[in-house]
Design a protein around this ligand. Structure first.
Ligand SMILES: *Cc1c(COP(=O)(O)O)cnc(C)c1O
Length: 232
């Protein structure tokens, strides 16, 4: 693959650093989650060799296959919609789940991580724009969900995640990023025991710079690193 992925990682990291500086933030505050869905283990290995250690996957089956196939000590985040009956397959294997949008899912995460004697860091996915086609809790339900999830012994709420509507112009997504940050501040102020609002997972290939300017700490970037996806 001629180092294309390594070059893309370097370019995206430079853009992350520039956006951080524009916003008066330290570039280290923003972590790059390399979204490797549909891409082969060889592409992930290539990115890993270029220094990228954190990867995001959307599909349980695909992630399980890559876990078996890869030797590299990769850190995985699960970022896709997750069915409760599949949680067991990824228990203990991902460092964070970005897509907790209902209590039943959090309860199953609690059960499965608890069985391993471990805790799972999660983000609450918020459907800020209330799009019918997207998962995520509503802004008004987010507070209650955080309070309920916070009671689970083996699940630790570490912040919020959102996927705004698609816009050709990244400026279109900015108000939604701003709203997620605002919601996160409100939840932080409530001081719910065990809850930390330190992570904001927002921004993808087309809009991660705007997201960083609005406070993102985790940007989920796929196609800008690995090229366009043919399917999904
Ligand atoms: C696919 C995906 C991404 C990455 O999208 P790109 O536009 O390829 O950067 C980020 N977040 C989620 C939840 C995704 O499903």
């Amino acid at each position: 693959m001629n180092g294309a992925i390594a070059g893309n990682i370097a370019a995206v990291k430079e853009r992350i650093a520039a956006a951080s500086r524009r916003a008066g933030r330290a570039p280290e505050e923003v972590r790059l989650v390399a979204v490797s869905k549909t891409k082969p283990a060889s592409a992930i290995a290539e990115a890993f060799a270029a220094g990228q250690t954190l990867f995001g996957e959307n599909y349980v089956q695909e992630l399980v296959g890559k876990l078996a196939e890869m030797d590299e000590p990769v850190t995985w985040h699960f970022i896709g919609s997750l069915q409760s009956n599949k949680v067991r397959q990824i228990a203990g294997k991902v460092a964070m789940i970005h897509s907790v949008d209902r209590l039943s899912l959090a309860t199953e995460i609690d059960r499965q991580w608890g069985a391993l004697g471990q805790n799972c860091d999660v983000l609450i996915q918020v459907n800020i724009a209330q799009e019918a086609t997207k998962s995520g809790t509503t802004t008004s339900d987010a507070f209650d969900l955080v309070r309920e999830v916070a009671k689970l012994a083996h699940v630790r709420v570490r912040g919020l995640m959102t996927m705004p509507p698609f816009f050709d112009d990244p400026e279109g997504a900015r108000p939604y990023f701003r709203q997620l940050k605002e919601l996160s501040k409100q939840i932080a102020v409530a001081g719910i025991p065990g809850v930390e609002m330190k992570e904001l997972s927002m921004g993808m290939s087309g809009d991660f710079e705007a997201a960083i300017e609005e406070g993102a700490t985790l940007v989920r970037v796929g196609s800008a690193l690995f090229g366009e996806r043919i399917y999904r």
